[in-house]
Design a protein. Structure first.
Length: 213
C-alpha cells in the first residue's frame, strides 16, 4: 500500500499582508510555524514508527520551513523541487492583491482555459503550471517508497491530485480542489488492484491544537 500525504503550507506573511503569493518568497508567520509543528505531529501519528519515509517540498521559503518541521520528526532530509511551486503570477508576485484583482482576466467558461492569458506580464498559464507539477509527480510516484510526504501550495495541490488519479493534463482546465492552508490530503494506491484513491481531502483537524496552543 502506497500512501502519499500532501501538505499545503500554513499561514505565511503574504496571507496577512494581503499581497500576491505565487513565486513571491514569503515566509511562515509565527502562527504558521506553530501550525507546521502540528502538521508534523499529525503525520508522525499517521505513519508507523520505523517505516521508510520520503519528503519532497517546493523550494520556496514557506514550504521549506514547513518541510523542515516535518523532517525533524522523521529524521529525513527534504528533497527540494521547484516544480512543486505555486503558479507564478509574474510581475504581480509580492504586489498588493488589489493590484492583481484590477488587472486579472478570468478564463472563459468554455473554450481555451489551459493556455488562457490572464493579462499579467510573466504569469504562468494554468497549463504550464499543471505540466511541471505532473512532471514532478511522475518522478515521485516512480520511486518505490510506501510513505511519501509532499509539501506544496494550495494552487498546486489540484495538479498533484489530478496527476495522482491519472487525469490527462489536457483535461484539467476546469479542475480545482480547494483546501485550507496547512491541510493534509491523503492519497492511496492499493497493492492488489492498484487503484488510486483520494482517501482524504484537505484535512485540517490538527490545526485546532495549533490555534489553542
Amino acid at each position: 500500500m502506497r500512501t502519499i500525504y500532501v501538505v499545503t503550507h500554513p499561514e505565511a506573511t503574504h496571507h496577512v499582508e494581503r499581497v500576491v503569493g505565487g513565486w513571491h518568497d514569503s515566509q511562515l508567520t509565527s502562527a504558521g510555524l506553530s501550525a507546521a509543528a502540528s502538521i508534523a505531529d499529525a503525520l508522525r501519528a499517521r505513519i508507523p514508527d520505523g517505516a521508510e519515509v520520503e519528503l519532497f517540498s517546493s523550494d520556496l521559503r514557506r514550504t521549506r520551513q514547513t518541510a523542515e518541521k516535518i523532517a525533524g520528526l522523521f529524521g529525513v532530509k527534504p528533497i527540494l523541487d521547484p516544480r512543486l511551486r505555486e503558479k507564478s503570477y509574474g510581475v504581480a508576485g509580492g504586489r498588493p492583491q488589489e493590484w492583481l484583482d484590477q488587472r486579472f482576466i478570468p478564463p472563459p467558461a468554455a473554450g481555451e482555459r489551459l493556455e488562457h492569458d490572464e493579462g499579467v506580464e510573466g504569469a504562468e498559464t494554468k497549463g504550464a503550471c499543471a505540466r511541471r507539477v505532473y512532471a514532478a509527480m511522475d518522478e515521485i510516484v516512480r520511486r518505490p517508497c510506501e510513505h511519501q510526504i509532499i509539501v506544496t501550495h494550495g494552487g498546486s495541490l489540484t495538479f498533484v491530485v489530478t496527476a495522482w488519479i491519472k487525469m490527462p493534463v489536457e483535461e484539467v482546465g476546469h479542475a480545482s480542489f480547494r483546501v485550507p492552508s496547512g491541510s493534509i490530503t491523503t492519497l492511496r494506491e492499493d497493492d492488489f488492484f492498484h487503484n488510486r484513491t483520494v482517501a482524504g481531502l484537505g484535512d485540517a483537524r490538527h490545526l485546532d491544537s495549533a490555534v489553542s496552543s
